[in-house]
Design a protein. Structure first.
Length: 260
C-alpha cells in the first residue's frame, strides 16, 4: 500500500497490475476499507491495473472533522487520479462507493470509461435513520453497530462456512474511525441523484453495469433495478448479501471481467 499527500489530504491506496493495462478503480462501502477488494483484485490484476483506495475517514486515509459531502469524497478521488496522472479509468463502487461513482458520472464523466455500481442506489432513505446512526456512533463507536451490520453484509450460510472472513470484516467495522464513519453518514444522508442521474447518464453515454445481491437487505434488488432503469444500465445478479465482493468474490470478479 502507498500513502500520498495531496495538499492537506493524505490518501491511502494500492495500485497493482500491469502498468500498461487499463485502470480499474475500486471504491469500498461505508465502514470498510480497500481490503474488501483483496480477492477481486487478485482475480483481475492480470489484465487490469487496479487502483483501490480508502475513502476519507476510513482505513489509512485522512480523517478530517466532518460532516463530509459527496463533493468531498469524489473530489478526493479526482485529486488522487490527477496526482497519479490517470486520465481515464473504469470504476467499480459498492454501496457508498457506488454513490461516489454516480457523483463522478454527474460531475466528471470525462474521467470514466465503463462504470459498475454494486449494491447501491441513487438515494438511500431515510434521513432519520442516518441521524440515529450518527448519534449511536457518537455515543459508543462503530463497534456498537457491528452486530446489526454484519448480518446484512454477509449471509448466515457464508458466515457459518467462513467464520474467519466474517471475523475479519467485523474487525474492520469495529476499528473504523467514529468521526470518519459519521462524516460519511452525513454524505450518504444528503445524497440524492434520482433527478439528475438519467440526464447525466444520457449525456455521458457510458456503458454501465448495476450489480445486485439477491440477499442484500441494505440495498435490496429493487433499489438496484430502479437505479439501472434510471441510468439505462444492465443488471447482473449475485446470490450474495450486501458485501457481495467478499461473499462471492469469484462471481463478482467474473462479472467485471466479462463487462470490461
Amino acid at each position: 500500500m502507498s500513502r500520498m499527500q495531496i495538499g492537506a489530504r493524505e490518501v491511502n491506496f494500492q495500485l497493482s497490475g500491469p502498468e500498461d493495462a487499463p485502470v480499474l478503480i475500486l471504491a469500498h462501502p461505508l465502514g470498510a476499507s480497500l481490503n474488501v477488494w483483496e480477492q477481486v483484485s487478485a482475480d483481475l490484476r492480470d489484465r487490469l491495473q487496479i487502483l483501490a483506495f480508502d475513502a476519507r475517514g476510513h482505513g489509512g486515509s485522512w480523517k478530517p472533522q466532518g460532516p463530509y459531502s459527496l463533493d468531498d469524497l469524489g473530489g478526493d478521488l479526482l485529486r488522487l487520479l490527477d496526482a497519479l496522472a490517470i486520465e481515464r479509468a473504469h470504476f467499480c463502487g459498492l454501496s457508498m462507493g457506488g454513490l461516489i461513482g454516480q457523483w463522478l458520472l454527474v460531475h466528471a464523466p470525462r474521467k470514466l470509461n465503463k462504470l459498475i455500481l454494486a449494491n447501491t442506489a441513487a438515494h438511500l432513505p431515510d434521513a432519520a435513520a442516518w441521524d440515529a446512526r450518527i448519534a449511536a456512533v457518537a455515543e459508543a463507536g462503530v463497534a456498537a453497530l457491528t452486530p446489526s451490520i454484519l448480518p446484512r453484509w454477509l449471509s448466515a450460510p457464508f458466515r457459518e462456512a467462513h467464520p474467519e472472513v466474517a471475523a475479519a470484516i467485523a474487525a474492520q467495522l469495529d476499528g473504523c474511525d467514529a468521526g470518519g464513519y459519521s462524516g460519511c453518514c452525513a454524505a450518504l444522508k444528503d445524497a440524492d441523484f434520482r433527478e439528475i442521474l438519467p440526464v447525466a447518464a444520457q449525456a455521458a453515454e457510458k456503458d454501465i453495469l448495476v450489480v445486485v445481491g439477491e440477499a442484500a437487505g441494505s440495498t435490496p434488488p429493487s433499489m438496484g433495478e430502479a437505479l439501472a432503469a434510471a441510468c439505462g444500465a444492465r443488471v447482473a445478479r449475485l446470490e450474495a448479501a450486501h458485501l457481495s465482493c467478499v461473499e462471492d468474490a469469484p462471481g463478482f470478479a467474473a462479472l467485471l471481467r466479462d463487462f470490461l
